[in-house]
Design a binder for this molecule. Structure first.
Ligand SMILES: [Zn+2]
Length: 72
């Protein structure tokens, strides 16, 4: 194990931004929209923005973690 590398964000779901950008496909178009993260950063954001579902949050966290480890 090499722990000398950058450890990455505190929150793998939103990379500490408080928001998660999601894509939604409708007809031929892909829309991007944001949802609030469940972490501390996300709680700072306006409550008008809906928070991400737990199941989706776990998928996002896993994807971000994989991307990070691939060095992307
Ligand atoms: Zn977060």
């Amino acid at each position: 194990m090499n722990n000398n590398n950058n450890k990455g964000p505190k929150c793998w779901i939103c990379n500490d931004t408080g928001f998660v950008t999601l894509e939604k496909k409708a007809n031929q178009y892909t829309y991007e929209y944001a949802e609030r993260c469940t972490c501390k950063e996300g709680q700072k954001a306006s409550s008008k923005i809906r928070s991400i579902e737990r199941e989706l949050a776990e998928i996002m966290a896993m994807e971000n973690y994989i991307k990070f480890n691939e060095g992307k």
